[in-house]
Write a protein that binds this ligand. Structure first.
Ligand code: SF4
Length: 710
């Protein structure tokens, strides 16, 4: 029996889940993954979390899509439509690849030619490879003819990227996670890495054991908070008040780095003026942290020889998310805590390739490598690189995720969206105010969905193209540290499912584009010639080294793990301070909706759950939709743990199980967004941060009542 467990082969690849980018090895027997082990990658040194180690059997799930499907002519689309995968053939019929591709691309061409280039849009995926992201955005820009291309970075760190580009000239992290070993002080704010980046969190815990002081700032008490030197459980929505008060102390007590400010930054005087009135004593009642503690942590951070700041979506997913990040940048700049090992700013990336998908141009205002579409020089550069006639590319930035959903049902100045191609994203679960998002998807004249399962989004498709899962393809992926690594194919796609790169090229061919990328390496080769930051990374080097960090400007360049050491990549080489004031959440609790809803993730499940809820071990650990509520609030509501409750906002309601959890502050409720049977985004607010266009997932008003049906 033991011999039967021995693998036929082992394939070195990557974890498909979070942005830490753990390297792993698949053990394969009879075309099935039978085990996963960690290997010695730069970010994980053989460590894996529960998702990486056990979250692989989704690839073999019986609900995998294995044949192209076309919606039956008598199967209408409705916003409330939910198809049981067991009844999928009542709504769709099987089709050949030829028929499905002709139908998918043909209707896109018809809509484009009848209603104009901006009538189409595409969502790519942070779960796909860099090469898939690059080809997808090229298809939208060249084949569709507009910049209406985006992906889920809009929903996680768009505000972080907006602030970082504005302040530092680069949207990536300044230092890798591993630098915590060199940091005297570590601030983790609005992030729960123990749940969302578990191996990254393990390096923070190691650093604490070696003497680093951890400061956790969060409205929710994370597991990491237990090991913190100081835990600041600030009132939700008061990030700017807390951070401006810290800056007030640092300036008042002259803990600033005068030389760094003078030589490497601009705009300090405006910040100094701005924070004058933010005394800790005035801000304490607002943010719920006493003035003495604010002063203490400000001194700790500013006085440390080395200090790092990590943040997550607790910071970014607000209508003032960009302002929150502007404050973090200003803290680092005024204290000179950037540009050296053990210092810097690290927005923890969520998906395994959200960094790479953004780098590759899956964003509506930038070509690959953050080259703005509004700059005529970049238009010329990409028209030449892609061998297009002058004037082919659209100079107008495209619409973002939520804007595209709105433009389907209402006339935007840029025109109405009538057709979409969605590759590997699930906006019918992940978008805010998802009842409206589903109504938008139902209203599309043509929707092409490329995925591995019948997702909630695929239920609205006119044609479904069965794609390959992570272990079924080869490609490069960029982790939160800006390190590009190779995921290698370990098994074949099931049935007639095909590689995503092949599908994109088939659509492109039917839209009149004569592309020729026989190998994934051919796509990467084109990328490195249009993206200066990765110019020095060849496919051969990736195959040989397995991981290379950018910026890597030429082939002899070792790559830079720590950036901004001598200058910032801005026009004048200086970083810029940008001041932030107090902007309240778009929707505050009131008598009708007295609680604050905070959404997020669980350790065992990944995003909208399409993979992990089809993974035996993970779904056994967390099988049911839950709402985490402070025990005192449950008592006051006369609800027992395990009871079914109904949460309602102005936009919708869901029923799920109550769980007593004192990590949530009183007056708030935390709900993971992975449960289709209780899609919590039916309740969230689609109000946007004006700079990053990110929705306010971390704050809206709800009420809780006992009872309901799951
Ligand atoms: Fe995968 Fe992230 Fe866990 Fe590593 S920490 S095994 S990358 S989910």
């Amino acid at each position: 029996a033991k011999a039967q467990q021995l693998p036929d082969k082992k394939v070195d690849s990557l974890c498909p889940y979070c942005g830490v980018g753990c390297q792993l090895t698949y053990h394969i027997k009879d075309q099935q993954i039978i085990a996963v082990e960690g290997r010695d990658g730069p970010a994980n040194h053989a460590r894996l979390c529960v998702k990486g180690r056990y979250g692989f059997d989704y690839a073999h799930h019986p609900q995998r899509l294995t044949v192209p499907l076309i919606r039956r002519s008598d199967a209408p689309k409705r916003a409330d439509l939910e198809i049981d995968p067991a009844n999928i053939m009542q709504v769709f019929r099987e089709a050949s690849w030829e028929e499905a591709l002709n139908f998918a691309a043909g209707k896109l061409v018809t809509l484009r030619d009848q209603h104009g280039k901006r009538s189409l849009a595409g969502f790519g995926s942070a779960k796909g490879s860099n090469e898939e992201a690059y080809l997808f955005q090229k298809l939208v820009r060249v084949g569709f003819g507009s910049n209406n291309v985006d992906h889920c970075t809009r929903l996680c760190h768009a505000s972080s990227v907006a602030a970082l580009l504005e302040g530092l000239g680069s949207g990536g992290v300044s230092n890798p996670v591993m630098d915590v070993a060199l940091a005297e002080v570590i601030i983790v704010i609005g992030a729960n890495p123990g749940v969302n980046h578990p191996v990254g969190a393990s390096w923070i815990k190691n650093a604490i054991k070696q003497g680093s002081k951890l400061i956790v700032c969060d409205p929710r008490r994370s597991g990491l908070a237990r090991q913190a030197h100081r835990f600041l459980q600030f009132t939700p929505d008061t990030d700017v008040a807390l951070l401006n008060a810290m800056m007030h102390v640092i300036i008042e007590e002259d803990l600033i780095d005068h030389a760094f400010i003078e030589q490497r930054t601009s705009g300090f005087e405006a910040i100094r003026q701005n924070v004058l009135s933010y005394t800790p004593e005035l801000m304490a009642p607002l943010c719920g942290i006493d003035a003495g503690t604010i002063r203490e942590v400000a001194r700790l951070y500013a006085s440390a020889r080395t200090a790092m700041i990590f943040w997550g979506m607790g910071v970014s997913q607000h209508i003032h998310g960009t302002d929150n990040v502007r404050c973090l940048i200003a803290l680092a700049l005024m204290t000179g805590q950037i540009g050296r090992p053990g210092t810097g700013l690290h927005p923890l990336r969520g998906q395994n390739n959200v960094q790479g998908a953004s780098d590759a141009g899956l964003i509506p205002m930038m070509f690959p490598d953050y080259q703005r579409v509004a700059d005529p020089a970049n238009i010329t550069k990409f028209e030449q690189a892609w061998q297009l006639a002058p004037g082919t590319l659209d100079t107008q930035p495209g619409l973002t995720v939520v804007e595209i959903m709105h433009a389907i049902v209402q006339d935007e100045p840029q025109g109405k969206i009538r057709g979409m191609y969605i590759m590997g994203e699930n906006p019918a679960m992940s978008d805010p105010d998802v009842n409206q998002a589903r109504a938008s998807l139902a209203a599309l004249e043509h929707l092409v969905v490329q995925d591995i399962f019948l997702t909630e989004t695929a239920c609205f498709a006119d044609v479904i193209l069965p794609a390959s899962a992570f272990p079924e393809k080869t490609g490069s992926f960029t982790n939160t540290d800006r390190t590009i690594q190779l995921g290698r194919q370990a098994i074949e796609p099931p049935g007639a499912a095909r590689q995503d790169l092949w599908i994109i090229q088939q659509i492109a061919a039917r839209m009149g584009l004569a592309w020729n990328y026989p190998q994934v390496s051919d796509v990467f080769e084109e990328m490195r010639h249009t993206m200066p930051d990765i110019a020095g990374i060849s496919w051969q080097r990736l195959e040989r080294d397995g991981a290379v960090t950018y910026p890597c400007l030429h082939e002899e360049d070792a790559g830079e793990a720590v950036v901004f050491t001598s200058h910032f990549p801005t026009k004048d080489g200086r970083a810029r301070f940008v001041a932030a004031g107090l902007i309240p959440a778009n929707e505050k609790p009131d008598a009708n909706y007295p609680m604050v809803l905070i959404t997020g993730r669980q350790l065992e499940h990944w995003h909208t759950g399409s993979m992990t809820r089809r993974t035996a071990v993970l779904d056994t650990l967390e099988p049911d939709p839950v709402a985490l509520i402070h025990a005192d609030d449950l008592l006051a509501l006369q609800i027992a743990p395990g009871d079914i409750i109904t949460l309602t906002s102005r936009r919708g309601e869901v029923s799920l199980y109550a769980r007593a959890d004192n990590s949530s502050p009183r007056g708030s409720v935390f709900v993971p967004f992975c449960y289709y049977e209780a899609a919590i985004n039916k309740l969230t607010n689609s109000a946007l941060d004006p700079y990053g266009k990110i929705p306010e997932f971390k704050y809206c008003a709800v009420k809780i009542v006992a009872g309901g049906e799951i």
